[in-house]
Design a protein around this ligand. Structure first.
Ligand code: 1BN
Ligand code: ZN
Length: 314
């Protein structure tokens, strides 16, 4: 597959870019077109996402080791996520449940941070923090489980600083991974549980959009078009990427990928999966931090933050 490498773009000379960034008021962002520079006023709110910070959160998650649902390391990561969220201005809740899996009952917990708005509508950004169980192996899921955790923690930090129009939920799903072979009943335990809980309590009806992130830290970033996803939402996000100068990382080819957005999509919520599935270390012990880049996290996080703003104001 043709891939555009993060490192292959021709960015502004670093000094020029930094100077422009310093010169511009917060509501502008400099992007390059060819050798020229275009200033965009519509991308204010995306300026604050830090890929370096998201990468540090990812490192912290990976340091707990393999984190399959029900494990001690998974619970330790939950404690870490909660402790980080509790430092922010948001409401933190938990959604604990017991999943019936091919290997018996497994306790799982989704963690939800709510950044309240005033419109009555809501937006959710989601991802998973569990890693796939591979008994006897040391699978730490730096990209698959780690990158989504890191991006969501950094997103929460950014959202915490600004008043919201819509309620924005940042959701950390447990139990995305199959305990055995991926199937309808052995996968996406956490998102299935929350989708039904939100249907019952009325939250689902208020959701304008759900954006799920998964495996978005690859050094060679290429987010595919997930073909189950809602087309209008996908276009909104791809347009935001293009306006920010990140068109090359959001591919014009795709496939169907079953992931944590599906339970919400099936219940009628406009939903999108942002996933880079062209990743050789997928489900291998070589899915380690050295395969990731803060810049990839920066690109996806910045686009998600800008997309939230566009959704709030559309
Ligand atoms: C993503 C990361 N997925 C699992 N770990 C979802 C998936 C399941 C992707 C089956 C492809 C096939
Ligand atoms: Zn996986």
């Amino acid at each position: 597959m043709f891939r555009t490498k993060v490192g292959m773009r021709a960015p502004l000379p670093a000094v020029t870019a930094r100077f422009l960034h310093w010169m511009l008021p917060g509501c502008y962002r400099a992007v390059t077109i060819g050798s020229g520079v275009l200033l965009l006023a519509a991308t204010a709110h995306a300026a604050d996402f830090s890929g370096a910070s998201a990468f540090k959160y990812t490192q912290a998650a990976v340091a707990f080791g393999p984190r399959p649902s029900g494990s001690a390391a998974n619970r330790q990561l939950q404690t870490y996520i909660r402790s980080q969220l509790r430092m922010l201005k948001c409401e933190v809740t938990e959604d604990p449940f017991v999943a019936k899996t091919p290997k018996g009952d497994v306790p799982m917990t989704n963690i939800i941070a709510k950044f309240p708005g005033k419109s009555g509508h809501a937006i959710a950004v989601t991802g998973h923090f569990d890693t796939k169980l591979f008994p006897g192996r040391k699978f730490v899921g730096a990209n698959d489980g780690g990158s989504s955790t890191g991006l969501l923690l950094e997103l929460a930090r950014d959202l915490s600083g600004t008043p919201r129009v819509d309620d924005v939920y940042v959701v950390f799903f447990d139990g995305e991974e199959a305990v055995g072979e991926w199937s309808e009943t052995d996968s996406v335990y956490g998102s299935r549980h929350l989708a039904y809980k939100w249907k019952a309590d009325g939250t689902l009806k208020r959701l304008k959009a759900l954006i799920n992130v998964d495996m978005i830290g690859d050094k060679s970033l290429g987010v595919l078009i997930e073909e189950n996803s809602t087309v209008s939402l996908r276009k909104l996000v791809w347009n935001a990427a293009s306006d920010l100068g990140y068109k090359a990382y959001f591919l014009d080819t795709g496939e169907k990928v079953d992931d944590d957005h599906m339970p919400f999509l099936k219940l009628g919520v406009p939903s999108l999966d942002l996933i880079d599935f062209d990743y050789d270390p997928w489900h291998k012990d070589s899915d380690t931090l050295d395969k990731l880049s803060p810049k990839s996290l920066d690109i996806v996080g910045t686009v998600v933050l800008e997309s939230i703003h566009r959704l709030e104001h559309q």
